[in-house]
Ligand binder design. Structure first.
Ligand SMILES: C[S@@+](CC[C@H](N)C(=O)[O-])C[C@H]1O[C@@H](n2cnc3c(N)ncnc32)[C@H](O)[C@@H]1O
Ligand SMILES: [Zn+2]
Length: 714
């Protein structure tokens, strides 16, 4: 079996407290205040807990390794003693290197806890250890180790690299991801809490201005009740002989199923008028609530009972671009003056307002806006099925009032003008508020369902694709629920404050193909990345949802070129785009070869991977072998919340495997000739599993995950 050259081992190459890290990673999923996920949606973000732990484990040395320089052992002992002193814990005996190793691993486990992530005592200790390991490995005193993540996505890895005292370079092919990283790695560390104040102040101004302009489109009811949401159904014409009624497509007639209170919709067939009328039922008997009108894509008419076929439903909607703007408003959810939620039938006023927003949007020539040249991905592209219903362009998924909302916010954000000393922050404030808006509009498309159990509007990307939604909820964007500008603004401000506490070091974020970075040879100490998982998430397609906003705000300069570059170079398996398994393997190999080129010969790599299919795994591992990396350890970190269904088709896999690797190079950078054989690996596997099984069982690692877990050599 191939071995890495003879370098002092890093902690992660001998052990990692995966059980505790997994616990902290799972807990982090329910944390919102200050969490990077509140910056913007990015799919399959790595939990910060896991990133922090593996970065420490990879940058720090194993004090029990015979090649570990004494300087690190001495500093590690000193740092641990100081740490125990400051946190008021009894000092442990670390006279023997194995005890010191264990102390460092225990520190990593505790540091991965969210609650300790901005604690100065942890931060100072971690940074001192990072510095000491760096210098012990030959780093110039006063410089920091460089961590490079070329598939940086939502930015968890580079943020954690900065936190533990490394320099961070984050690149991604996707302009939205690059923007997210710029905010986290460049803008916030540069301006700190001052930026939080500016964002708070201007955000509030933007909200007030937008509300002034838009309030008339979300009026209160005459009795003062405030709308929370409007419920709409796409419609078709019944194709039953002689019928022709307008059929609203509704999955379930239950409007609310909350605790003991329930509300449902009653359909009242009105064949004479060729329409369906509605009535609201309060606490109805289950037997009195009919089934919805649409089932598996076919629609049954309440007037004549005829079922229009799936194909014909599609044809009818296709002729109307998905039918968003001809949908039927069937219910309005309001908060009355007693703070109770009520379900009301729409009034004449509601219909007039919709008409008014349509007229307004036409005046604004919205066609110039939603990137008409940016079509939806081809029908069948990884999970996208809505094209079959006539959604061709991105704008087809928004109603007139939703477009008006977006356009009005953009117009106000553009008016921000910061004068004087802080003028250089103007573009940054606009960018951050643009992100706040773009994050909110995931709650304002016609692909948001009304959740009748939680009684709220869900966001568009419940799954990482666009799914057909027959009946949708349109939220009132000024009501204060998720998707409201000021609600998310407060999270944004907290995030800026949290990151300001995490680091003052500035990183770098660049738009780049991971297969072709502009970095020099042998520059990085740690190539740490979480590349795309084969065919799991179509990032390029999904992110186009947001492009229009950034283009309008002049944050992206040349959107058309960026889109082309992205579509051509994204590393993904998607047959519909002509990117088959071979494409993925070749592209991933090129990216990892580039990773090895920029890595120091004595550097280390870490690649996170998760996939439900062996095809995905084989392709990824083959690419690593082709790119001359040697795997020296691998660790599963379980990131799912307990109790969550491990959906077979979900990209959110239970465990992600952290593959630790080294360049297969001699100290002079030349690739070593010997290549690992699968047969060698297979022969060694049972021995290693036997050796590690008791420990893995203790850590709750069982089944297939256990096969991927354990250091390759000790
Ligand atoms: C699994 S995600 C990274 C998620 C990230 N670690 C986080 O915590 O949010 C993979 C990323 O790879 C990016 N990507 C895909 N192909 C790329 C390429 N050729 N070069 C650079 N980035 C690419 C995608 O845009 C996506 O952001
Ligand atoms: Zn009919």
């Amino acid at each position: 079996m191939t071995r890495a050259a003879n370098y002092p081992k890093r902690l992660i190459e001998v052990d990692l407290p995966i059980k505790k890290i997994s616990e902290h990673a799972r807990r982090e999923k329910s944390i919102r205040h200050g969490h990077i996920s509140t910056l913007h949606i990015w799919w399959a973000r790595r939990p910060l807990a896991a990133c922090r732990a593996v970065i420490c484990g990879a940058l720090w040395l194993d004090p029990a390794d015979p090649l570990c320089p004494d300087s690190f052992k001495t500093e590690a002992k000193k740092q641990m003693a100081q740490f125990w002193n400051t946190v008021d814990t009894t000092a442990r005996n670390v006279g023997n290197p194995l005890e010191l190793r264990q102390a460092l691993l225990d520190f990593i486990a505790d540091f991965s806890n969210w609650d300790n992530s901005t604690d100065e005592r942890y931060l100072n200790t971690a940074r001192a250890l990072t510095q000491s390991a760096h210098e012990a490995l030959g780093g110039e005193p006063g410089t920091r180790p460089l961590v490079v993540d070329p598939f940086a996505g939502g930015g968890s890895i580079p943020l954690e690299a900065l936190r533990v005292g490394a320099d961070a370079y984050a690149s991604d092919l996707n302009p939205v991801a690059v923007l997210l990283n710029k905010v986290v790695l460049e803008y916030i560390p540069k301006y700190g809490p001052e930026l939080a104040d500016e964002v708070r102040k201007w955000g509030q101004w933007v909200k007030e201005e937008a509300e002034k302009e838009l309030a008339e489109f979300y009026p209160k009811d005459p009795d003062g009740a405030t709308p929370i949401a409007y419920l709409w159904a796409r419609t078709i014409r019944c194709e039953g002989p002689g019928c022709g009624a307008e059929v609203p497509l509704i999955r379930s007639l239950w409007l609310a199923k909350k605790g003991s209170r329930s509300v449902a919709l009653k359909l009242i067939p009105n064949p004479a008028e060729k329409r369906i009328d509605f009535e609201i039922l309060h606490d109805p008997k289950v037997a009195d609530v009919w089934e919805g009108t649409v089932k598996r894509g076919s629609a049954t008419c309440p007037c004549c009972g005829y079922t229009t076929s799936v194909q014909n439903v599609r044809n009818q909607l296709s002729n109307r671009g998905g039918g968003t703007n001809e949908s039927r408003l069937y219910c309005k959810v309001v908060k009355n003056k007693y703070e109770e939620t009520e379900y009301r039938l729409p009034t004449q006023q509601d219909f007039l307002i919709v008409q008014k927003s349509q007229n307004r949007i036409k005046e604004l020539e919205q066609d110039r806006f939603f990137l008409p040249t940016c079509p939806l991905p081809p029908d069948g592209a990884l999970g996208f099925r809505i094209q079959k219903y006539g959604f061709i362009k991105w704008e087809d998924i928004f109603s007139y009032r939703q477009k008006l909302l977006i356009l009005s916010y953009i117009a106000v954000i553009k008016k921000i003008s910061i004068k004087g000393k802080k003028q250089e922050q103007e573009k940054i404030v606009k960018t951050i508020l643009g992100l706040n808006l773009s994050k909110n509009i995931t709650f304002s498309s016609s692909l948001c369902i009304w959740r009748n159990v939680r009684t709220c509007v869900a966001q568009t990307f419940g799954r990482p694709t666009l799914s057909m939604i027959w009946d949708y909820g349109e939220m009132n964007p000024f009501f204060g629920s998720a998707g409201d500008f000021s609600e998310s603004l407060s999270y944004m401000v907290e995030l800026i404050e949290y990151i300001s506490k995490s680091t003052e070091i500035q990183g770098k974020s660049q738009i780049q193909d991971a297969a072709n970075t502009s970095l020099p040879d042998d520059i990085t100490d740690f190539y740490c990345t979480d590349p795309p998982y084969y065919d799991a998430i179509p990032y390029a397609h999904l992110s186009k949802y947001f492009f229009a906003i950034f283009k309008e705000l002049e944050i992206f300069e040349d959107t058309q070129d960026a889109i082309q570059f992205l579509d051509q170079n994204e590393c993904i398996a998607d047959e519909q785009l002509g990117k088959d398994r071979l494409f993925f393997e070749r592209k991933m190999t090129d990216c990892l070869l580039e990773g090895r080129r920029i890595s120091k010969p004595n550097g280390i790599g870490l690649i996170v991977f998760a996939h439900k299919s062996t095809k995905g795994w084989e392709t990824q591992l083959q690419a690593m072998i082709n790119a001359d990396w040697v795997i020296t350890a691998s660790w599963p970190i379980d990131t799912e919340r307990p109790g969550r269904l491990r959906a077979q088709d979900s990209a959110a896999l239970a465990s992600s495997i952290h593959l630790v690797c080294r360049p297969r190079e001699n100290p002079n950078g030349q690739v070593r000739e010997e290549i690992g054989e699968w047969s060698d690996i297979l022969a060694e596997l049972p021995l290693r599993i036997k050796e590690w099984m008791p420990r893995l069982k203790q850590e709750n690692v069982v089944g297939a995950d256990a096969i991927f877990a354990c250091p390759a050599q000790r």
